[in-house]
Design a protein around this ligand. Sequence first.
Ligand code: AVJ
Length: 326
Amino acid sequence: IAPARVVVESHLEGGEHRTLADDVLDGLTKPFKELPPKHFYDARGAELFDRICDLPEYYPTRCERAILQADSASIVDLTGATELVELGSGTAAKTRLLLRAMHEAGTLHRYVPFDVTESMVRASAHELVDEFDGLRVHGIVGDFERHLDRIPPPVTPGPRILAFLGGTIGNFAPGTRRRFLRSLRRLLGEDGYLLVGTDLVKDPAVLEAAYNDAQGVTAEFNRNVLHVLNRELQADFVPDAFEHVAFFDRDREWIEMRLRARRPQRVRVGALGLRVTFAAGEELRTEISAKFTRARIEGDLAASGMELAAQYTDPDGLFALNLASV
Ligand code: AVJ
C-alpha cells in the first residue's frame, strides 16, 4: 500500500484556554499591565491581520513575498533542502514559493506545517499534495511556544529548512527570543538551516505609519484582544473605551502597541474572579514588534549557536530573510 500522503497530529486539548487564563491573570495584575500578542488571533483577529497585510502602509508582507519570489531558488540551491518545516504556516501562501523552488530543483520530499489552527493545517496539506507530485505532508497542530518537541525528525538524509516567516520573531522580548532561537537550533540537526523573516530598523515615520494605518484596521486588530477576553473569559471590557497607541521605541528598536483607557475603567474577568481598574490614560501593552539591524541578527544567532549564512532583502531594504546555519 502507498504511504499516506497527509498526516495531521493535534496537540491542543483545551490547553489554549488555560494559557489564555494564565496570561491574563499574570498580565493584568502587573504594575504595568500587559497581554501577550498571541491572543489577538481568533477568527476575527486572523481576518483583521489579513486585512493589515493588504494595507498600503504595511509593507512587511509584500516585501517578504517579493524576497521569496526573487530568492527562493538561491535558498534551495545553497541549502540543498529536501524538507521544509514551517512554524505558523497559516494558509502557506508564501511557502508555496519555496516549495515550488524545491520541486523544480527535484529535492522536495516533505513539508511539515505547524500551526495553532487545525483547519488551516488540514486545508493547506491537502491542497499542497495535489499541487506537488510526490510530496508528503506531516502537519502538526500546536503552539510553537509549547510543542516544538512534537516536530518529527527528518525522514530523508537531506537537510531541512526550518522557516519562521513574517517577522513574528520580533514579538519576543530579547532574552526570550534568544531562548526560542536556541530551541529552534536543536531542531536543525548538524546540516539544517533556519530561515527567519525580520523587519529591519528604518525611518521611524515609515515604521509608525505601518502600525497606525489611516483606515484604523490596526486599531481594530489591537482592540480585538479585548473581545477575545470578553468571550473566552467572561470579561466585560468596553473595547471602544480604549484608544489604539503604537510608537517606535528608538532605544529598544521595537514598535510597541498599547491600549490606552480613555476614562477610568472597572473591568471584571468572570472566569478568573478578577477585578481590575484602569486609571484615565492608563496603558495596557499588547505587543512589541522588534526591528532588526544586521548586527543584531548576527548577535542573536551567535548567542543561539548559529551563524548567518546569507541575508536576502527587498530592493528598498525594508525587510530581510535570514538564512542561518549551525
Ligand atoms: C505578525 C507579529 C509580524 O509585528 O508586524 C501587525 C503583527 N501587529 N500589525 C507585526 C502586527 C500590528 C505582525 N506580526
